[in-house]
Design a protein around this ligand. Structure first.
Ligand SMILES: *Cc1c(COP(=O)(O)O)cnc(C)c1O
Length: 733
């Protein structure tokens, strides 16, 4: 295997900049970021903080100047020294805890990864979670190997038409402006292996991206060797109909297993993050059968080494394929080779008889995984209810599905200035501690954050969000919408003083972005109180085929242009990692209103909390376990059995009562007003507690340690202790 990665010609004195730019560990290294920024601050901003684009575009003259710049070189040298010191620093958490497995690969499959804005191969929360998982695994020293798809056209770019209807643009990704490196086979061929599809061979190539110590391999079929019909297989994420999805998921699962084999990587534990990756398990069963193992033994072997995480209680979130569709895709020959073909297809049978000729990817993944989990305590409970049919409808509490609550990568999501303030309140080694197991003892120190300094950082972050909105408005003005109302809708009339509420997520109907608009007069009164004004910022994409979601978005958009609201409501287009960073840090309050219990976890509220932005949310996902009374606000649950309309009315009433009676008064309670100190003391109490709770309990470091302890290490040991497989596999039906 060889790697294509030609960088720009850098002067030898600063030659390692390319190495730093092409390993995503820079994204959570403040020193690296500040060195890149110093190369050319405006270009750094314009590239949306993309060091590869920066180094390619900055020009030879500037690079030569930097190589002799007495102000730059010491910073560069310090960065080199820091990187080398980190690489040679003793052992990692994983090496200390599990030395016997320190070099044993663990495969992690996911259909999307969000690592940086410049690699748009994600659509939302699932991708961010997978990206943060790799980052935390790198720091903990977990020998993880990521497998995903290279979407040459990424996920769609969102622009809204003048009527607020979402239009999906599709700009190809230029790998030259990313840290992606193409892998080549031994003879220099751009492909590493092939899979069988549509009755023919499809060559599979791969790109590598380094996430600290963790490699991520992204599969690609856009190769000259392939039939034109197969070249666009991996073009775009979650695009096309159900046939296209089957082909993409076959590429991920089957192609992924084969690419790892071609690279000589031999995982001893396998983790499928969401049902999209279930073919990874099927392919391994098929491989063992071909080696001569009987079907039940092959299933048992795969089960023992596999973990599966389910991510949604929404039925439409689970992929289902018909058997004939699967046979058409692989060609009949594939199945003739497999004697146990009916058993293999039976692995995807839905327990509630959803159709005997259909293959449910989540059901298959559960049957083929010894260890299965949901992503919050509540979602674990909901998943046991949904899937108990696989265990003869036994009571939910006896169903062996657990939970690992999601977390976010602290160094990625916490603002640098807040990290700086924490340096003064926490033990000196706190920044290496999140990777160890003493979080509980460290974090109460966050209560000592000085109010005034924290308030100043919070205000600066809000100004940065307002800057982003103004830049966005400028772009609208220049490029497509030279009408004043669109500029107002982009937030140009917003000011830094008012309490600013953020709501950003996928526009799925159950997330209820439009709940605040149920009573226009009440909202108007809340927003335009002259003494205590409030403003609202929205962002988010609707899935390209979710017409209902697009209609909700359109309604929200109409409100941004309604003169009655005086420009106090804004919508930011094209929600992605960059916007998410500005939003979760820049607003004062984070709002999340999913209809209980449809949100599996939710992670944006954790990101906000790490920056001192408390959350107000329904009793769903992580908030049910994360709300501690004084780190935000919670909407109590509507009485069981209420109709959807009643639940909406109930939640709306509680939302407004909380905003009117608690949130707004607390924000505007300024005890020191007039003395030059306008920090809201009570509000900042909550902000500190938000930081403390999120950092102690909801980081990706904590999450990955739980996966290691309860899922990966038992799988590495091949332990089938206490195995309680779904009854339908046990009987081989
Ligand atoms: C964190 C994040 C999400 C997920 O947020 P939820 O709270 O789970 O809806 C989605 N998109 C982006 C860009 C994010 O950063």
């Amino acid at each position: 295997m060889t790697v294509d990665a030609r960088g720009p010609g850098l002067p030898a004195r600063i030659g390692r900049l390319w190495e730093f730019a092409t390993n995503l560990s820079w994204t959570w290294n403040r020193e690296a970021r500040s060195v890149f920024r110093a190369i050319d601050p405006p270009l750094w901003r314009r590239s949306l903080n993309n060091p590869v684009a920066l180094l390619r575009e900055v020009g030879d003259a500037r690079l030569r100047a930097l190589a002799g710049d007495p102000a730059f070189l010491p910073r560069y040298d310090a960065l080199c020294a820091a990187v080398d010191a980190a690489a040679s620093r003793g052992s990692t958490w994983f090496q200390r805890r599990y030395p016997e497995f320190a070099a044993t690969p663990i495969a992690y499959f996911c259909a999307e990864f969000a690592l940086h804005e410049s690699i748009p191969i994600y659509s939302g929360g699932l991708g961010v979670l997978a990206g943060d998982h790799l980052k935390a695994a790198s720091e903990l020293g977990v020998p993880l190997v990521g497998v995903g798809l290279m979407y040459a056209h990424g996920y769609f770019d969102q622009t809204l038409g003048p009527d607020g209807w979402q239009e999906d643009a599709d700009d190809p990704l230029d790998p030259q402006l990313t840290p992606l490196e193409r892998l080549r086979g031994a003879d220099g061929a751009p492909w590493l292996t092939w899979i069988q599809g549509a009755g023919r061979r499809i060559h599979v190539g791969a790109w590598r991206v380094r996430v600290g110590r963790v490699p991520l391999y992204l599969l690609d079929t856009d190769l000259d060797e392939n039939d034109p019909a197969d070249r666009d297989l991996s073009h775009q994420l979650y695009a096309g109909g159900v046939d296209h999805r089957l082909r993409q998921e076959a590429l991920l699962g089957v192609g992924g297993v084969r690419v790892l084999a071609a690279l000589g990587v031999e995982p001893q534990a396998w983790h499928a993050n969401e049902g999209h990756a279930a073919f990874m398990m099927v392919e391994r069963v098929r491989g063992l059968i071909r080696e001569g193992l009987p079907f039940p033994d092959a299933v048992a072997r795969v089960r023992a080494s596999t973990a599966f995480t389910t991510h949604t209680p929404v039925p439409a979130g689970h992929d289902v394929f018909s058997h004939s569709q699967m046979r058409d895709w692989t060609g009949e020959k594939f199945w003739e080779e497999i004697e146990a073909r009916d058993e293999l297809l039976g692995l995807g049978l839905h327990p509630d008889g959803e159709g005997r000729d259909r293959f449910n990817m989540t059901a298959a993944a559960i049957r083929l995984s010894r260890r299965v989990n949901g992503v919050s305590a509540r979602h674990g409970h909901v998943s046991r209810e949904i899937w108990r049919g696989l265990w003869d409808r036994r009571p939910a509490r006896e169903v062996p599905i657990g939970h690992v609550t999601n977390g976010v990568h602290l160094e990625t999501w916490m603002n640098e200035e807040i990290i700086g303030l924490l340096d003064a309140c926490l033990p000196p080694d706190w920044r290496s501690r999140p990777h160890d197991e003493h979080d509980g003892a460290v974090w109460p120190g966050a209560r000592k954050l000085p109010a005034e300094a924290l308030w100043r950082v919070r205000q600066r972050l809000k100004l940065r969000l307002l800057d982003l909105m103004r830049e966005e408005a400028r772009r609208r003005w220049r490029e497509h919408w030279p009408e004043a109302e669109h500029l107002v809708g982009a937030g140009t009339l917003m000011s830094p003083q008012p309490l600013t509420i953020g709501f950003a997520r996928r526009f799925a109907a159950y997330k209820r972005a439009d709940l605040v608009f149920r009573d226009r007069d009440r909202l108007l009164a809340l927003l335009s109180d002259p003494g205590r004004p409030v403003q609202l910022v929205f962002a988010g994409k609707a899935h390209p085929r979710d017409e209902e979601g697009k209609r909700v978005l359109q309604r929200v958009y109409e409100h941004t242009r309604d003169p009655g609201f005086e420009g106090r409501i804004a919508f930011i287009e094209n929600y992605g990692l960059h916007t998410a960073h500005c939003l979760v840090k820049g607003v004062d309050l984070w709002l999340n209103l999913p209809r209980v219990p449809l949100e599996a976890c939710g992670t944006s509220g954790m990101k906000a909390a790490l920056n001192g932005v408390p959350q107000l949310a329904t009793t769903d996902g992580w908030w049910e376990e994360g709300f501690e009374g004084d780190n935000g606000w919670i909407i109590p649950r509507a009485p069981d059995g209420s109709s959807e309309e009643k639940v909406d009315r109930h939640d709306h009433e509680h939302l407004f009562r909380l905003l009117e009676d608690e949130v707004v008064p607390l924000y505007y309670d300024r005890p020191g007003e007039g003395s030059g100190d306008d920090a809201p003391a009570g509000w900042l109490e909550r902000a500190r507690r938000a930081i403390e709770v999120a950092a102690a309990r909801f980081t990706a470091g904590r999450m990955v340690r739980e996966y290691v302890r309860d899922y990966y290490v038992p799988a590495l040991r091949g332990s089938a202790d206490g195995d309680d497989p779904p009854t339908s596999t046990r009987s081989g039906e």
